[in-house]
Design a protein around this ligand. Structure first.
Ligand code: NAD
Ligand code: DAO
Ligand code: ZN
Length: 368
């Protein structure tokens, strides 16, 4: 079949809208009509050329929601018309990683997914017979996609696609980092570096669990108002203080119980660790730094009890946790609507990247 898609032909170039050939689902695979997709910083990171795993030509996008159109042989857990969110972190429930119950990093299809291919080593996308690579196993900048059954979370059918697509990455990453990775407790002091599409979700989850002080750090003063709406109690603009770490230590009487780095900058990663409370403070790295970057601190920071951790997709097990997060949104426990600042047609997808780069949008959503 044919599908309309935004194709990334090479790094640094705008996406172009193309009619792409999509071959049907094979064993264990599912054909999905994507109804809406968010544009995340990580799509820009790959398009910019900073991603060491970036492969071109590819169809980017990893924050979608849609409907099952057809299933391949052997698919048991999904059927036509089911509503789904594609998962760039699948959940096979059988691999060593899934069975460990210690991580959400299912490895069942990791090697082919990282090469832009389906698990059988081929691409389902092509133009004039030449393959176009998949991206993060999802490629939600295509109206139709084929994905493995283990990379789809089945969600309730009354959830609006144009909102819950954001649960495919940003919401789950931020909320999950608080609930599943850090397990922040009521009364904790929390610091969030970067008040964008991820950081604001960290803030709303910190408020949800009853954190005490929720301190937001951002260079963009316009992020203060929306962050306060989501639960931030104190705002620090690094441009207005001599030393960010000292400022946080003073505000929290000794340091943060938990800090979250939601920028992808190795300098702020160090600050996020060093603003943590001696003896127990934990710093969670969510931001993805450019290829080749390294983090540094004095080892004594760790000897004296601070803990450095990372979180991918919020530590969420996609098929298990994503439907629950959709429920939380539908029950009014999470605010997604106010974070979706722009809606675009696929033809205008490049505007979404411009809005992100200028700091004007929190999330742009493309509607098919
Ligand atoms: P974003 O661009 O929406 O937000 C980043 C924010 O950081 C902006 O508000 C910006 O003003 C602020 N900022 C930039 N440099 C700063 C600095 N030096 N000091 C203070 N503030 C600064 O990005 P996003 O969509 O929220 O993504 C944040 C990061 O998370 C990215 O690196 C992205 O790739 C990563 N990410 C990680 C995961 C994961 O699973 N770990 C998932 C999705 C995204
Ligand atoms: O299992 O080795 C692995 C890789 C898992 C990928 C997790 C990706 C999370 C960070 C990338 C940002 C996603 C938008
Ligand atoms: Zn697995």
């Amino acid at each position: 079949m044919k599908t309309k898609a935004a194709v990334a032909w090479k790094s640094g170039a705008p996406l172009t809208i193309e009619e792409v050939e999509l071959s049907g689902p094979r064993e264990g695979e599912v054909l999905v009509e994507i109804k809406a997709t968010g544009i995340c910083h990580t799509d820009y990171y790959t398009l910019s050329g900073a991603d060491p795993e970036g492969i071109f030509p590819a169809i980017l996008g990893h924050e979608g929601a849609g409907v099952v159109v057809d299933v391949g042989p052997g698919v048991k857990s999904l059927k036509k018309d089911d509503h789904v969110i594609p998962l760039y972190t699948p959940e096979c429930r059988q691999c060593k990683f899934c069975l460990s119950q210690k991580t959400n990093l299912c490895q069942a299809i990791r090697s082919t997914q990282g090469k832009g291919l389906m698990p059988d080593g081929s691409s389902r996308f092509s133009i004039d017979g030449k393959p176009i690579f998949h991206y993060m196993g999802t490629s939600t900048f295509s109206n139709y996609i084929v994905v493995p059954e283990i990379a789809l979370a089945k969600i309730r059918s009354d959830a609006p696609f144009d909102k819950v697509c954001y649960i495919g990455c940003g919401v789950t990453t931020g909320v999950g980092a608080v609930l599943f990775t850090a397990k922040v407790e009521a009364g904790a002091n929390v610091v969030v570096f970067g008040l964008g599409g991820i950081g604001l979700n960290v803030i709303q989850a910190a408020k949800m669990v009853g954190a005490d002080k929720i301190i937001g750090i951002d260079l963009n003063p316009e992020r203060e108002a929306i962050a306060r709406k989501f639960g931030m109690t104190h705002f620090v603009n690094p441009k207005n203080v001599d030393n960010v770490v000292d400022t946080i230590i003073q505000l929290t009487d000794g340091g943060a119980d938990y800090s979250f780095e939601c920028i992808g900058n190795t300098t702020t990663m160090r600050q996020a660790l060093e603003c943590c409370h001696k003896g127990w403070g934990q710093s969670i790295i969510i931001g993805v730094a450019a290829a080749g970057q390294e983090i540094a601190t004095r080892p004594f920071q760790l000897v004296t009890g601070r803990v450095w951790k990372g979180s991918a997709f919020g530590g969420a097990r996609g098929r298990t946790d994503v439907p629950k997060i959709v429920d939380w949104y539908m029950e009014g426990k999470l605010n997604i609507d106010d974070l979706i600042t722009h809606k675009l047609a696929l033809d205008d997808i490049n505007q979404g990247f411009d809005l992100m780069k200028s700091g004007e949008s929190i999330r742009s959503v493309v509607m098919y």
